[in-house]
Design a protein around this ligand. Structure first.
Ligand SMILES: Nc1ncnc2c1ncn2[C@@H]1O[C@H](COP(=O)(O)OP(=O)(O)O)[C@@H](O)[C@H]1O
Ligand SMILES: O=C(O)C1=C[C@@H](OP(=O)(O)O)[C@@H](O)[C@H](O)C1
Ligand SMILES: [Mg+2]
Length: 415
């Protein structure tokens, strides 16, 4: 093995794609048990590796030479085999610093809460200290002399201005979780997550809802990879590479989610958009029909709407966790706010808006059997679509015109 990543669980990792975009070597993902990790480090059968959870500290005794910055942090994520020696570095530091600067999150003179105490936490603490933080408190779920508990944090530190999450809480597949409840943090200015799968964690989305700067971990990941590649290859690379790759990954991994009134064209435009974007098309209603083994109309008359909404909820949860999709929802998906929260984690929400006089009624739609019912539903739901939408796409002319506007609006959301 020449280049790659070692860690315990690597199923979620984007590092292979990132390294292979930035450099022309093959980059392997090598999950290792603790025993296998020690054996691997003794063998030294590699040219250059990155190291992730839980080995960033355990790797240090195997190194012949540790960069002073990594030594001060107390964690190594980049190891290069040069001559007969292993050299260790910490590029999480650079990646995290890049991400803070990019989003103008400045810890200078601020009170920061840092959630978690693993290898990534150490790098983040070093960054905020170097940037002049006033006070940084580590919050940990267990009692520990060097940290505070969540209870103490809620009781005495709600005046913090920046909260940084370095725990895996909220990471795929447990995407419904958040490490902290942001209620009552009245001075909050920014939340920053090192987790990048989902693209926007619940923690990040809660930050957005509070109206503060909210940053997900993907740019840190790309930033640290770029610095690792520089060390691996011994040459400098432009920072614009980070932004280009970030946009490319968002385009590739992100979901496009269509909401809107029954009969507005979500299914029609969604299919067309998926083909144009090279994404997989998922129609939540079609998935439900496959699961229940009958039409939605039949299901409504046999089981009622509330039972349908539970199935719809489960289907939304399932597909929200996936990447690279165009998702056409059913018109009523906005009735449950949690659906929208889930769909936003990996997706951008576009409202397909079609004039009420043009909306298709009937055709198997139990809640919109005719134009009058459709118009009533439209009035009722308008505020819900308004609240959920990140962008509006009009579909009042031909479907081709609708598609053009939709792709245009989606691009605006990504840039
Ligand atoms: N721009 C458009 N011009 C003409 N017909 C359209 C347009 N957009 C959608 N339709 C038609 O409207 C009907 C409802 O579209 P559909 O995609 O099933 O809506 P939804 O999934 O939002 O309920 C379909 O017959 C579709 O062909
Ligand atoms: O508006 C609604 O409440 C519904 C819309 C339908 O999907 P479309 O929006 O594709 O018609 C389908 O999910 C179900 O009939 C309920
Ligand atoms: Mg549909």
């Amino acid at each position: 093995m020449r280049y790659g990543l070692i860690g315990e669980k690597l199923g979620h990792s984007f590092s292979k794609i990132i390294h292979e975009q930035l450099a022309d070597y093959t980059y392997d993902l090598i999950p290792l048990s603790t025993e296998a990790f020690h054996h691997f480090m003794k063998q030294r059968d590699f040219h250059a590796i990155n190291v992730t959870i839980p080995y960033k500290e355990l790797v240090m005794p195997y190194l012949d030479c540790i960069d002073p910055k990594a030594a001060a942090i107390g964690a190594v994520n980049t190891v290069v085999h040069r001559g007969n020696k292993l050299y260790g570095y910490n590029t999480d530091y650079d990646g995290f610093r890049y991400m803070l600067m990019k989003h103008k999150v400045n810890p200078k003179g601020k009170k920061v809460l840092l959630l978690g105490r693993g290898g990534a936490a150490k790098a983040c603490i070093a960054v905020v200290k170097d940037m002049g933080v006033e006070e940084v408190l580590t919050v940990y779920y267990k009692e520990n002399p060097e940290t505070i508990t969540y209870q103490v944090c809620y009781e005495s530190h709600r005046d913090a201005q920046i909260i940084i999450n370095t725990t895996p809480v909220g990471m795929y597949p447990n995407t419904e979780e958040s490490p902290i409840d942001l209620k009552g943090f009245g001075n909050l200015e920014a939340v920053v997550d090192v987790v990048y799968n989902p693209l926007r964690t619940k923690f990040v989305l809660d930050g957005f809802s509070k109206g503060v700067t909210a940053v997900g971990g993907l740019e840190m990941l790309i930033g640290q990879a770029k610095c690792a590649v520089e060390i691996f290859l011994g040459r400098k690379m432009e920072n614009t590479l980070i932004q280009n790759l970030y946009t490319a990954l968002l385009e590739e991994r992100g979901n496009l989610v269509l909401i809107g009134m029954s009969g507005c064209g979500k299914t029609t435009l969604g299919k067309m958009a998926a083909e144009r974007l090279g994404k997989v098309f998922v129609d939540i209603d079609e998935e439900i029909v496959m699961e229940i083994g009958m039409s939605i109309k039949e299901y409504f008359s046999k089981m009622g709407e509330s039972s349908f909404r539970l199935i719809e909820r489960a289907m939304v949860q399932k597909f929200s966790k996936q990447n690279g999709l165009v998702i056409a929802t059913g018109g009523g998906v906005i009735k449950n706010e949690e659906n929208i929260g889930d769909l936003k984690q990996n997706g951008r929400i576009l409202w397909v808006k079609r004039d009420v006089s043009l909306l298709e009624s009937g055709n198997g739609r139990p809640l919109a059997p005719d134009a009058e019912a459709t118009a009533r539903l439209y009035r009722e739901r308008l505020p819900l679509y308004e609240r959920a939408a990140e962008m509006v796409c009009n579909n009042n002319r031909t479907a081709e015109d609708g598609l053009k506007e939709l792709l245009d609006k989606y691009n605006q959301l990504l840039s």
